[in-house]
Design a protein around this ligand. Structure first.
Ligand code: 5PR
Length: 394
């Protein structure tokens, strides 16, 4: 195992990180640390490095994080900018929002592949079939096979159900479940949904007799990401594979894509949930991503906030030699934004405010407009915020 390098970072031996989980947060943290001189090993429990999800919106905050780690140019080349976010309630379309806003849509497998490439380029050691089960504040990551790996920093990026986090009773969790859940599928984009009017996000809502919603997101000329939300007690609408009958009855004009959604492989259903954890670290163990702040998807910010916090963590670690100081400064800087994102997405999920259109108020956009300490003025200049969605001035 690696050296027990001093935590001062000024020695010739690079500091070493063991990361549990090769999801978006884990890979982003690994790339950021490796690029600032750390030796990094990532453990993925699955036998392959891939993402099983559908699509994702990467807001300005996520793009800034990806800019810092050098990945944004590939996102821009392989993803698309939705030309607007349109909302329809019972077939009536509200004025579209977010025109000109710097956000990108991409499939989750593509984003994941791009991050894996960048991790390899940065010299990150990626280990598959390696399941982390616990960690110790002295800087030990424990694997399922009993190995104990010593590190200067252990990152628990093993998701909302984090086994590593759950092994630390001092990291106190506050969980909450909500009424809705979402089936997410990636479908082939058929002929009838080609054309400019579909090169956007369209959020189709119905609220009677119960809430059912289809979030239609272009992820390029070949694919559509569909987020199909329903109350979890509507069993037929909370199933993978998609039940085409129950969805087409509510959204007849989307029947062709619903048929494709029903045939899609690799979709998943997740109930909306929040897990607020405090604090985010114990000694040399730190939580990054859903393990720290699982949130409702209503803001579309779960993964973005995880990637932002990952990049900010590496940045703070390069500013402060003392690990304890760095972790305290990091949590202090990121906590308010993260708590607000969790609270706001929960509020939006509970009240379904997006259904009424024009929901991207300056307050809602605060998360997307968060400016990373790690971002340079040049990075910021690449992502100007259009006037209509400018951060609320105080
Ligand atoms: N926004 C996005 C999204 O993927 C979902 C929601 C909002 C980008 C669903 O996963 O409200 O559930 C949502």
């Amino acid at each position: 195992m690696s050296s027990t390098a001093s935590a001062t970072g000024s020695t010739s031996t690079p500091r070493h990180a063991e990361v549990a989980g090769a999801g978006f947060a884990g890979l982003t943290a690994a790339i950021a640390l490796a690029r600032s001189g750390w030796s990094v090993r990532v453990h993925e429990q699955n036998d392959t490095l891939r993402d099983f999800g559908a699509g994702i919106l990467l807001w300005r905050n996520a793009m800034l994080a990806l800019e810092v780690i050098g990945v944004a140019p590939r996102i821009k080349a392989e993803g698309v900018v939705p030309d607007a976010y349109a909302t329809s309630l019972n077939g009536e379309m509200f004025t579209p929002e977010l025109a000109g806003y710097p956000y990108w849509a991409i499939t989750r497998p593509r984003l994941h592949a791009i991050l894996v490439d960048a991790a390899r380029d940065a010299g990150v050691d990626l280990v598959t079939g390696s399941k982390a089960v616990a960690a110790e504040p002295s800087g030990v990551l424990v694997l399922e096979d009993g190995s104990r790996l010593q590190a200067d920093l252990v990152l628990a990026c093993d998701g909302a159900g984090s086994a590593v986090r759950n092994s630390r009773p001092e990291l106190v969790q506050e969980r909450k479940k909500y009424q809705d859940g979402v089936c997410r599928v990636l479908v082939r984009r058929p002929e009838e949904f080609q054309g400019e009017e579909w090169d956007r996000v369209i959020d189709y809502w119905t609220l009677e007799p119960d809430a059912m919603r289809i979030l239609f997101i272009t992820t390029g000329p070949d694919t559509i990401y569909m987020g199909m939300m329903a109350t979890t007690d509507n069993e037929r609408a909370s199933q993978i594979p998609i039940d085409p009958e129950v969805w087409s009855a509510r959204f007849p004009h989307l029947a062709p894509v619903i048929e494709l959604a029903a045939e899609a492989t690799g979709g998943r259903h997740d109930p909306y949930q929040t897990n607020r954890v405090e604090p985010w670290s114990a000694g040399r163990v730190v939580l990054v991503g859903d393990s720290a702040h699982a949130m409702c998807p209503a803001l579309g910010q779960g993964a973005s906030v995880g990637m932002v916090n990952a990049v900010e963590l590496a940045h703070v670690l390069s500013e402060h030699d003392d690990l304890g100081t760095a972790l305290a400064v990091w949590e202090d800087r990121q906590r308010a934004m993260t708590d607000a994102a969790q609270a706001r997405s929960a509020y939006m999920a509970e009240t379904r405010t997006l259904a009424r259109g024009n929901g991207f108020t300056p307050e809602v956009m605060e998360t997307a407009n968060f400016e990373l300490a790690a971002a340079t003025p040049e990075h910021l200049a690449l992502y100007p915020v259009p006037l209509a969605t400018e951060p609320a001035s105080s």
